[in-house]
Design a binder for this molecule. Structure first.
Ligand code: FAD
Ligand code: UDP
Length: 367
């Protein structure tokens, strides 16, 4: 019997693989009262499919991952578009030529666009931290403006620190786009599960070899023996924080009913300059649901305190990675233990990366 701790996407894909490809029994546990991990969604009182742990948009260039998940869900084809409120108006984020023209007077916008195209190819995407290092004075002005008004405040709220102290890949997720492409993601495959993520994960776990127990913590099963344990929870918790707690960012979600059909024009609007929250999600846009009322989720980032709130984001920087390595070395001493997923591997994985990791770890480590 294999044990899988955590019924999120990492645990569910691993369970499906072991059950269907190795014909072995799998026990999946989750301490929460529901499956699907942070992908959990449900229809609320307003008839809107709401993601309880924040907005989730599936996107990937990995055809194998897309084809695999497509066996467990139909897709509502959806390109995510987000706006940021800058100087009082909603402009496309990632920052693109339309954002440029919306924010600057015509002659200045034209000059900046011309300088961008004199130095870079049309269609290129440039991380803002890279553009800040440019020699060209016009482009440095633009980079400074974009950094100060779209990134500095948002990043300070989201991570509780300056953008320069995080891995460059963090702000690099949302680069400046030298085009009018206003899709948040450029991946070939994008969508929202038509019947929700929860249903997709239920389908993954729907196999006679899989037993699911909800409301069960790994601590409840310690002492029991399993062929292997695939652990997808926090790694520092697994070892009783013996090298100190690892830093994670948490979030508080304020869900509100809006007594009219729409609150905002897009699913996601960011607030880099104002308020204590980072973004507002209006969920009905994801599945294009037509309802008389709407539901929004307002996101307030905060420090993770074990036992008090959820660990949503590992913090991508050198110090936390070094701290993580101590735990990983400890885990390597146990040959019945496999670490998998965003919390156990302490990596800022998107959903598709977690599925790909599950495939690879399954092939490498489950005989
Ligand atoms: P999780 O989904 O966190 O599942 C781990 C599970 O393990 C949890 O259910 C937990 O209860 C359980 N568990 C932990 N410890 C124990 C224990 N000791 N005993 C029992 N159970 C335990 N990705 C995208 O691709 N697109 C997006 O748009 C996107 N948006 C996001 C927005 C937010 C706000 C957040 C926080 C994440 C977002 N992600 C997105 C990332 C996505 O949520 C993760 O990639 C994914 O959830 C990781 O899956 P996982 O199975 O590793 O972990
Ligand atoms: N970011 C920002 N302003 C924005 C959007 C993103 O500064 O309007 C930065 C911020 O540091 C954020 C990171 O880019 O944490 C990655 O953004 P993404 O939207 O990918 O974050 P996620 O959806 O994973 O929370």
């Amino acid at each position: 019997m294999y044990l899988i701790v955590g019924a999120g996407p990492a645990g569910a894909v691993m369970a499906e693989r072991i059950a269907s490809q190795r014909d072995r029994k799998v026990l999946v546990i989750d301490r929460r009262e529901h499956l699907a991990g942070n992908l959990y969604d449900a229809i609320d009182d307003n008839g809107v499919m709401v993601h309880r742990y924040g907005p989730h948009i599936f996107h990937t260039n990995d055809r194998e991952v897309w084809d695999y998940l497509s066996r467990f869900t139909r897709w509502h084809h959806y390109f995510h578009r987000a706006g940021a409120v800058v100087d009082g108006r909603i402009v496309p984020i990632p920052f693109n030529f339309d954002s440029l023209h919306a924010l600057f007077p015509p002659h200045l916008a034209a000059r900046l666009e011309q300088r961008l195209l004199a130095n870079h190819a049309y269609g290129e995407h440039i991380p803002v931290l890279d553009l800040l290092e440019t020699e060209d004075p016009d482009l440095r002005f633009l980079a400074r403006y974009v950094f100060d008004n779209l990134f500095a405040g948002y990043t300070a709220k989201q991570w509780g620190r300056d953008a320069h102290t995080l891995d460059r890949s963090v702000t690099g997720r949302v680069p400046i786009r030298l085009s009018r492409d206003d899709r948040y993601f450029r991946d070939v495959y994008q969508g929202i599960p038509a019947d929700g993520y929860t249903r997709m994960v239920e389908n993954l776990l729907d196999h006679p070899n899989v037993e699911l127990r909800l409301g069960v913590d790994y601590a409840d099963l310690r002492g029991e023996r399993f062929t292997k344990t695939i652990y997808t929870g926090k790694i520092d918790e697994l070892f009783d924080h013996r090298f100190g707690p690892l830093p994670y960012r948490s979030l508080r979600f304020d869900y509100r009913t809006i007594d009219k059909p729409y609150f905002q024009p897009l699913a996601q609007v960011n607030y880099p300059q104002s308020y204590d929250f980072t973004r507002i999600t209006e969920y009905k846009h994801f599945l294009d649901q037509q309802t008389p009322r709407s539901t929004i989720g307002i996101e307030y980032p905060l420090e993770h305190v074990p036992g008090e709130n959820e660990p949503y984001y590992p913090i991508p920087d050198d110090a936390s990675r070094a701290a993580y390595e101590q735990y990983r070395a400890e885990a390597a001493k146990r040959d019945d233990l496999i670490l998998l997923g965003r919390l156990a591997e302490y990596r800022y994985y998107n959903m598709d990366q977690v599925v790909r990791r599950a495939f690879d770890v399954f092939e490498a480590e489950v005989a």
